[in-house]
Design a protein around this ligand. Sequence first.
Ligand code: RIB
Length: 298
Amino acid sequence: MKVINYGSLNWDYVYQVPHMVREGETLAAYGMETFLGGKGLNQSIALARAGVPVLHGGCVGEDGDGLISYLKTNGVDTSGIEKVEEKSGHTIIQVDSNGQNCILLYGGANQKQNIDHIKTVLNQGNSGDYLVLQNEVNEIEYIMQIGKERGMRLVINPSPIDPAILKAPLGMADYLLVNEIEGQALTGASEPDQMMKTLRTRYPNTAILLTLGEEGAWYEDRKQSVRQKAIRVKAVDTTAAGDTFTGYFIAGLMEGYAMEHLLYRCAAASALAVSRNGASASIPQREEVETFLRSLDV
Ligand code: RIB
């Protein structure tokens, strides 16, 4: 069993700011670093660091060699990444003194997926393999359809939310992973109870994972409903905390953990991620998560 993660790869330009810049304001940043990110890349790194085989599909531009070699160094199969004539995707991320962020995204090469390349990548997927998707590449619905035709298990993290993803057939997913903002956009509800109820009613064959930041996470399918509190740490930078949760969640499914234990591991992994700077740079290795879990047990 393996994972094909078809998703974005971005250069993240991260600025430390006293507060998020306001309309009309010019604000001096007191720090700046370049990180490797993109929800797709981050989730591939999280999957690999959690210990599962992952093949990444997607596109970069001529400036994308560093993104590819970083994935390779982390043990990700990069044979599904194509170079196209565009700049690679990039973001401008502000991180404030509370560790909260806001992100401006330029899609670039991530928006240049073509049908032939998608087919070539997904031809490597077999029945029972996992196909993971976020919403930072084009042709999402086509990728979903081909994955399903190949009998793959579909995990969709519809992030970031935009008008197109709101119309996509998300009920095709075996697992739908949303945070509170995405849950609100999909359902119109502002409370997690109502979000979960609406999502479960609308997508009865789809397991729902609702991540709620400091309030933890909530998983529900036909057979079980499991809640997990967040593990409290000092937040330095929340970027990629959700991607870390996603990677460890899928790895946990593949390893067959009981949902209570699985969510506890995910909470530990994302707590470590928020206590560090950067996107993929903040994602912990499996051994670090095990050590942290042991420290919580005593
Ligand atoms: O989820 C975090 C990611 O979102 C960042 O790495 C950035 O590239 C944006 O895509």
